[in-house]
Write a protein that binds this ligand. Sequence first.
Ligand SMILES: O=P(O)(O)OC[C@H]1O[C@H](OP(=O)(O)OP(=O)(O)O)[C@H](O)[C@@H]1O
Ligand SMILES: Nc1ncnc2[nH]cnc12
Length: 177
Amino acid sequence: MTVFPSQTDNIAYARSLIRTIADYPQPGVSFRDITPLLADGRAMHAVAHELLVQAQGDFDVVAGIEARGFIFAGAVATLARTGMIPIRKAGKLPKPAHRVTYTKEYGEDHLEVSPDLKPGMRVLLIDDILATGGSLKAGAHLITAAGAEVTQIGVVLELEGLGGRLVMPQTRALLSM
Ligand SMILES: O=P(O)(O)OC[C@H]1O[C@H](OP(=O)(O)OP(=O)(O)O)[C@H](O)[C@@H]1O
Ligand SMILES: Nc1ncnc2[nH]cnc12
């Protein structure tokens, strides 16, 4: 008899693939590199599936934060058969409707959203990592500014001790370290 790994095993396997790099991109930062997870089909499918399951169908479009958030938001939107709204770094969208400036673990940045995010849309906001919470807070701000509603927030990995949980307490994280 073939025994398939459980979803719990698959998520633990995905966690085991995350690589830690000291002092990148700045001294003092412990960088959690998800690229080995991205390269693995079992891990990617399990993570995308779990992000979808934990959102409980409570959305009609998925938004992702550039750049790593796009990868998971696109995968979840495909599984859910919804559209995907890219929340982009400044200067990338030809017709941004809204813009916000924010701070994150290692610097300041700007995010923009296009007019394709319509008032009344119910949005699942996805990113790869919750660190200080600056990126997700800025993304949620843009969604609200567009007249849409953030109904669920999902990340693959929460970094403990950086304050993100206090800033974005409603975030559902698959993993923490
Ligand atoms: O909670 P925070 O402190 O905001 O940190 C989390 C954010 O930082 C990283 O993005 P980054 O802006 O480095 O961009 P990238 O995805 O393009 O690498 C990560 O992908 C999250 O979006
Ligand atoms: N420590 C970290 N590792 C990977 N991505 C991050 N994004 C913000 N902080 C990060």
